[in-house]
Ligand binder design. Structure first.
Ligand SMILES: CC(C)(COP(=O)(O)OP(=O)(O)OC[C@H]1O[C@@H](n2cnc3c(N)ncnc32)[C@H](O)[C@@H]1OP(=O)(O)O)[C@@H](O)C(=O)NCCC(=O)NCCS
Length: 163
């Protein structure tokens, strides 16, 4: 079941995010800031108008993502699935929930970023309709370390033109 995240989920979700980002498909440098996620940082996202989705199974949250309105779109972050629940389409369902939320807010695009070395993630996002638009280096790194991706939500463009 995919449902909206609530403040009451903050502790469980922060823990899931930390575990998920400690088990990335490849080592990353610098270490992911997601490892520092806490109930407090999740709560502050809600306080700033953000939200997210939870994938729940047998009363336990096995997947999550967080979203915030940013740069003219809905930015999706912290996409996390419990190790035992991976490979079952949960990430795709969470991305679909983010897309539904972006459309509900009338936003023209979904945004996210991922590390360049996480090639399986880049394939997942490409297969969900994202395009890689820009690479960046973390502070102190001379070569690019992460990439920004966008998914245009064309129906919104059409609606906007009709108005
Ligand atoms: C990345 C992550 C969220 C994917 O979650 P998931 O629920 O396993 O993904 P899904 O089951 O929805 O699979 C999505 C696609 O990836 C593929 N996939 C999933 N697990 C895979 C694996 N272990 N090896 C290869 N491909 C895999 C699936 O086949 C699917 O592709 P398809 O739809 O074309 O068949 C999860 O592995 C995770 O939490 N990783 C650690 C945190 C992370 O990397 N977050 C993203 C940061 S940008």
């Amino acid at each position: 079941m995919i449902r909206p995240l609530t403040q009451a989920d903050a502790t469980e979700v922060a823990s899931l995010i930390r575990v998920a980002f400690a088990t990335l498909s490849a080592p990353v440098s610098p270490p992911p800031s997601a490892l520092l996620e806490t109930a407090g940082t999740i709560a502050s996202i809600f306080a700033q108008g953000g939200g997210g989705a939870a994938a729940e199974r047998d009363g336990r949250i096995v997947g999550t993502c967080i979203w915030q309105q940013k740069n003219g779109g809905l930015y999706v972050g912290r996409l996390s699935v419990a190790i035992s629940a991976r490979g079952q389409g949960i990430a795709r369902a969470l991305l679909a929930a983010a897309e539904t939320e972006a459309r509900r807010r009338g936003l023209p695009k979904l945004l996210l970023s991922t590390r360049l070395v996480l090639t399986d993630n880049r394939h997942l996002f490409a297969s969900f309709g994202f395009t890689e638009v820009a690479t960046h280096a973390h502070p102190g790194f001379t070569e690019p370390t992460f990439v920004d991706l966008e998914k245009p939500l064309c129906e919104n463009d059409i609606l906007r033109k009709k108005r």
